[in-house]
Write a protein that binds this ligand. Structure first.
Ligand code: CTP
Ligand code: CA
Length: 223
């Protein structure tokens, strides 16, 4: 990492990163969320800031401290994350969506705490907007948009489908079924998919991977 510290090869770039889970409220005390720790997104934000970029980090609730020197925007819900991404996308040269955005939210949020009763509780869920797909659809040619694909099976096939369906420039696939990797872990194993290639990076810390991802994006010649 020391080598990268002195590189400053992202100077002048605006980089937008989403991280962490979102929370979708059922009532004032309960919500639907997921296992995202935010570690990969925060590592990307830290690496980009070290390398001289102007970084905006839009994050759902995590236990992490935002890296020094980044423009930090805290959100809770998928809808709030979408609003903040929309506000910050046009100035962004590279956008990396590492957040685990909730795909569904409760159709109704109760303003009062629900009281328990003996029967089952049904919560109807409705889809959230796919933020990545929306921004990739509207991006300019000079903007690079990168997504993640968290998969528990058929990693590369599912990731390839996301690359095509979301029209992202790159998809970073990670297998969440591997023990001690991915969600919550400090380490990860990723495969970077482009329209033309698949590159697998060996297991390493998310901090190191973050730098490798920027090395890859820069070497791709797209940025
Ligand atoms: N994503 C997003 N907005 C959503 C859902 C996902 O921006 N509402 C982004 C994530 O940040 C990630 C990519 O889309 O970069 C893929 O997320 P993932 O959950 O792996 O895929 P989905 O398309 O949501 O499909 P599924 O959860 O069914 O696998
Ligand atoms: Ca999803």
């Amino acid at each position: 990492v020391l080598k990268e510290l002195s590189k400053k090869d992202l100077t002048g770039k605006n980089i937008l990163i989403t991280a962490g889970p979102t929370r979708e409220a059922i009532d004032p005390v309960r919500f639907i969320s997921n296992n995202s720790s935010g570690k990969m997104g925060y590592a990307l934000a830290k690496a980009a800031a070290y390398r001289g970029a102007d970084v905006t980090l839009i994050s759902g609730p995590t236990a992490l401290t935002p890296p020094v020197g980044v423009n930090y925007i805290a959100v809770k819900t998928a809808a709030e994350m979408k609003t903040e991404v929309d506000n910050n996308f046009s100035k962004s040269d590279i956008t990396i969506m590492a957040a685990a955005v909730a795909d569904y939210r409760p159709l109704q949020t109760n303003s009062e705490k629900l009281k328990k009763s003996t029967g089952n509780l049904k919560v109807e869920l409705t889809r959230t907007t796919d933020i990545l797909a929306e921004i990739a659809k509207n991006k300019r040619k000079d903007q690079l948009v990168v997504g993640f694909a968290a998969e528990s099976q058929n990693l590369l096939a599912n990731a390839q489908k996301k690359l095509e369906e979301k029209a992202a420039d790159f998809i970073i696939a990670n297998d969440i079924s591997l023990p001690d990797l991915g969600f919550g872990s400090n380490n990860n194993k990723i495969t970077i998919l482009t329209g033309e290639s698949k590159t697998t990076l060996p297991v390493q810390s998310k901090e190191k991977l973050a730098h490798k991802i920027f090395d890859y994006l820069i070497d791709s010649g797209r940025k």
